[in-house]
Design a protein around this ligand. Structure first.
Ligand SMILES: NC(=O)c1ccc[n+]([C@@H]2O[C@H](COP(=O)([O-])OP(=O)(O)OC[C@H]3O[C@@H](n4cnc5c(N)ncnc54)[C@H](OP(=O)(O)O)[C@@H]3O)[C@@H](O)[C@H]2O)c1
Length: 268
């Protein structure tokens, strides 16, 4: 029997961390070595949330020494602490990053890490969303800027970043389909009397926050005579945990480099 994949989850005390712990424990091919959290926790408490141990990043060396893959669904702050304190140990594991709201300097950090180990960041690990990203790029290429693109996303009230990382990924794909950079055509929300109508080629973003919405995304292509929409509704967060575990399996043992879900799904 092949070795089990030994996994460490960063963001262990969060909703995604707990969902991952449950799924790893239920899978005979995976072993949950432990979790990383804001602080180190008493063993008893860690066990109640499904982890054999939870350590602060600065104390996590013993967990990382023996792991095959680290899966991070935490916050930019925790991610930064993990990299700052355990960079050398992270180089020996596959690193899957689902944390959103990362800044350009964090993306640069991920690129650096990819020089020493395999790294796969994704703002959304759902297979369906990653397919939708590819479809959005194709649709934007075929339809051109006669069709206005607006992206609408909804998430639960606790989400802190807006627009969502997935909405931006969809926007970047649509911009790439049109051969432009998203930074040059992005428009966040619309309010008041801006003094001019919608600019040709703009890609608009609208974020809805409330309740317990797991995640919904809609890309609208609005033409003069027709309207095309791509939509995705996430029903449970296990969807993302499942995709992250699929990514971790695929990534473990690969050469150093920066990979995407497109690589995992063969969509590249
Ligand atoms: N890529 C995807 O497919 C995908 C899907 C779902 C969610 N996400 C992203 O994954 C991340 C986690 O989501 P979630 O729903 O599990 O969030 P959550 O329930 O709020 O959990 C966040 C985790 O990060 C820790 N944390 C938060 N702020 C911190 C800080 N300032 N310093 C240190 N630790 C901190 C929390 O520790 P405490 O418990 O101590 O607060 C907890 O362990 C978010 O960025 C979310 O947008 C990505």
């Amino acid at each position: 029997m092949p070795d089990r994949l030994r996994v460490v989850v960063s963001g262990a005390t969060g909703r995604m961390g707990r969902a991952l712990a449950e799924m790893i424990e239920a899978d005979d091919d995976l072993e949950l070595l432990g979790g990383i959290g804001r602080t180190s926790y008493e063993l008893g408490w860690a066990t109640t949330v499904g982890f054999p141990a939870i350590e602060a990043p600065e104390e996590a060396e013993w967990l990382l020494r023996d792991c095959s893959a680290v899966i991070d669904f935490s916050s930019p702050e925790l991610f930064r602490r993990l990299v700052a304190s355990q960079r050398a140990h992270l180089a020996h594991c596959a690193l899957v990053v689902g944390t959103t709201g990362l800044e350009q300097s964090d993306i640069d950090t991920l690129r650096d890490l990819a020089g020493t180990g395999p790294v796969l960041p994704a703002p959304n690990f759902s297979v369906g969303v990653n397919l939708m990203v590819a479809l959005a790029e194709d649709a934007a290429r075929v339809l051109g800027d006669d069709y206005d693109i607006e992206i609408v996303e909804s998430h639960h009230r606790r989400k802190i970043d807006a627009p969502s990382g997935t909405a931006l990924q969809l926007g970047r794909a649509a911009a790439a389909g049109r051969g432009v950079s998203l930074d040059d055509v992005r428009r966040d929300g619309r309010t008041g009397m801006a003094g001019e109508a919608r600019l040709r080629g703009e890609i608009g973003f609208h974020a809805v926050r409330g309740g317990d919405v797991v995640g919904e995304h809609r890309v609208m292509f609005l033409g003069e005579r027709e309207r095309i929409e791509l939509g995705h509704v996430a029903a449970t967060r296990e969807l993302f945990a499942d995709g992250a575990l699929r990514a971790a399996r695929w990534l473990t043992g690969r050469s150093p480099g920066l990979y995407t879900m497109r690589d995992v799904l063969g969509l590249a």
